[in-house]
Design a protein around this ligand. Structure first.
Ligand code: C2E
Ligand code: MG
Ligand code: MG
Ligand code: MG
Length: 286
């Protein structure tokens, strides 16, 4: 009986797939523990560009995993596993420490002040000790707070709104900028946005990508931008992939832009090169 045979087959395949998936996951978990021990996480940097001048204001820090046999792995391939292992806070701490060390080198050795923008997972952000520990780290590296920016997704801040507001207020009084990442994709309630003391909002890539074809997207980006400006916040457009998209967000008054058409994520060496080039141009007498 044909369809029954097929059904039986599917079950077997599914079970095989499941057990392979389980094995893969176990292997991945062991390898990820090694990754912390052997310092296999590396940082890439994607420039955040001033829309008006084209200058690089700062860089978003994006983690990659230098896997011993598989090569460089993107966050989508290992962050979900780290989440299941409750190791996201540990990863964030590693990334934060590396970022501060790098930006302090730029600041002290090259007299260049640009910020690094570090993504924080919900668990780390919900730690009431976070602001104090960051304050201590800034002292340790002897750098001003404007060398650092933090990115959180809005759901993180509104999960426990009182705690979110407290942590954000403490960061604000330390003069550390915070950006709401992927804005527009969550439950972005306007009243929450008003309550949250964040400095910037980053409009999610999905709205930027449909700007050219979809008039609704243009209306949304325009509305988010004017709302954020009304609340005194800076607006960043992420995922710029064409000059046309850049023209749109410029017209809507977005201050900063990020995307593959401007710069892809690059290595630390390349990022420093760009900064030094820019410094030479800016400071050369014309
Ligand atoms: P995100 O914070 O929204 O970061 C932006 C992502 O969009 C990056 O992907 C970046 O490479 C990509 N991107 C930038 N411009 C463009 C563009 O023009 N087109 C397209 N298609 N993509 C663009 P990536 O590096 O794969 O990171 C994915 C996500 O992983 C990040 O999204 C962030 O949520 C998370 N992540 C990355 N690094 C860290 C980290 O150190 N800590 C934590 N907690 N999360 C991280
Ligand atoms: Mg981000
Ligand atoms: Mg983002
Ligand atoms: Mg995103």
């Amino acid at each position: 009986y044909h369809s029954k045979a097929e059904g039986g087959n599917q079950t077997t395949n599914y079970e095989t797939w499941m057990s392979e998936g389980h094995e893969r996951d176990r292997k991945l978990q062991l390898e990820l523990k090694d990754a912390f021990e052997h310092d296999q996480f590396v940082l890439h940097f994607q420039p955040l560009v001033s829309v008006n001048t084209g200058h690089i204001n700062g860089f978003e820090v994006l983690v990659r995993w230098q896997h011993p046999t598989e090569g460089l792995m993107s966050p989508a391939m290992f962050l979900p596993a780290l989440e299941r292992m409750n190791l996201m806070p540990q990863l964030d701490r590693v990334v934060l420490e590396k970022s501060l060390s790098i930006v302090s080198q730029w600041y002290h050795h090259y007299q260049y002040s640009s910020y690094l923008s570090v993504n924080l997972s919900p668990l780390l952000f919900q730690d009431p000790e976070l602001p104090v520990r960051i304050e201590q780290q800034l002292k340790k590296y002897d750098i001003p707070p404007d060398c650092l920016q933090l990115e959180i997704v809005e759901s993180t801040a509104i999960q426990d709104i009182q705690l979110g507001v407290d942590v954000l207020s403490a960061l604000k009084s330390l003069k550390i900028a915070v950006a709401l990442d992927d804005f527009g994709t969550g439950y972005s309630s306007m009243s929450y946005l008003r309550q949250l003391p964040v400095d910037k909002i980053k409009i999610d890539r999905s709205f930027i990508q449909s700007l050219e074809e979809d008039a609704t997207s243009a209306s949304i980006v325009k509305a988010i931008s004017s709302l954020a400006h009304g609340l005194g916040k800076t607006v960043v457009a992420e995922g710029i992939e064409s000059p046309e998209q850049f023209a749109f967000i410029k017209q809507f008054g977005c201050e900063e832009a990020q995307g593959f058409d401007l710069y892809r994520p690059i290595t630390e060496e390349r990022a420093l090169e760009l900064l030094l080039q820019q410094k030479a141009v800016v400071s050369s007498p014309s």
